[in-house]
Design a protein around this ligand. Structure first.
Ligand code: DGL
Length: 265
């Protein structure tokens, strides 16, 4: 059984979700799209993001009929899910900041939301906080710089801890901040470095594992409609929308993540 699942993000962030899903469901057929031509999404208008995500998902669906789409990007998910659900028949799984589990796990009821500038200002997130974290003090940091640092790390560069610390500066003194929501899919990729800067934080929460379980249950009754020959031909592939200056090195790196090829769309 090999359902085709597309992971979509502006950059490497979605890999943090993909790794959880692949760990639980190793034999599925995975596609990954880096919309790097439009990176970073957090600096883009909402309408532009919706148009873009729809167009690229439709383009990929024509080539590789999709059984499920994961918008592995909080910035996009908080605006694009209704339009995608209208356009596609397959299940669409979004990624939204894990406010609810964070509010439950925090002992001090003082939590931080670390996300992009776009995400922290979305009404969707305000509603999540209002619904699930009423009893908590919620601090927010919106950062594009952290997204860039995660990109650099995954492209093989070392992480600039001074720059990272600078982004987190206002939380350094908040000694009872015990839980941080990694509300951008890029940030679990920097978890160790963030922990070094914020030693008081006991719990880092992201949505990766919950998404993996959700996909497992959504595809429980999946009926294969591909022939065995066709299934044998399906290999995991990544796509980008703009040439990476280091395309070949990056393609090599992606092999370690289980993607055989990286192709420009
Ligand atoms: N990975 C995206 C997210 O989860 C953000 C990256 C961007 O701003 O493009 O929000």
């Amino acid at each position: 059984m090999k359902p085709t699942i597309l992971f979509f993000d502006s950059g490497v962030g979605g890999l943090s979700v993909y790794r959880e899903v692949r760990q639980l469901l190793p034999d599925y057929h995975y596609l990954y799209c880096f919309d790097n031509a439009f990176f970073p999404y957090s600096e883009r208008a909402e309408a532009e993001i919706i148009e873009r995500v729809l167009m690229i998902c439709q383009q990929l669906d024509q080539r590789y009929p999709l059984d499920l789409i994961v918008i592995a990007c909080n910035t996009a998910s908080t605006v694009v899910l209704p339009a995608l659900r209208q356009a596609f028949r397959c299940p669409i799984v979004g990624t939204v900041p894990a406010i609810k589990p964070a509010a439950i796990i925090s002992k001090t009821k003082h939590i931080g939301l670390l996300a992009t500038k776009g995400t922290i200002n979305r009404s969707y997130v305000a509603e999540l906080i209002c619904q699930y974290a009423k009893d908590c003090k919620v601090e927010k940091i919106g950062s594009t710089q952290l997204v860039q640092l995660a990109e650099q790390k995954l492209h093989g560069h070392s992480v600039d801890l001074i720059a990272l610390r600078k982004e987190l500066l206002i939380w350094l003194e908040q000694t009872d901040l015990d839980t941080v929501v990694l509300g951008c899919t890029h940030f679990p990729l920097l978890k160790e470095e963030i922990q070094i800067c914020l030693p008081q934080v006991k719990y880092f929460v992201d949505s990766g594992q919950a998404i993996a379980k959700r996909i497992q249950s959504l595809l429980e009754d999946y009926q294969e409609n591909k022939s065995e020959e066709m299934q044998a031909l399906l290999f995991n592939q990544a796509f980008c929308t703009h040439d990476f200056s280091t395309l070949f090195q990056f393609e090599r790196r992606l092999k370690q993540w289980g993607f055989a090829t990286l192709t420009l769309l």
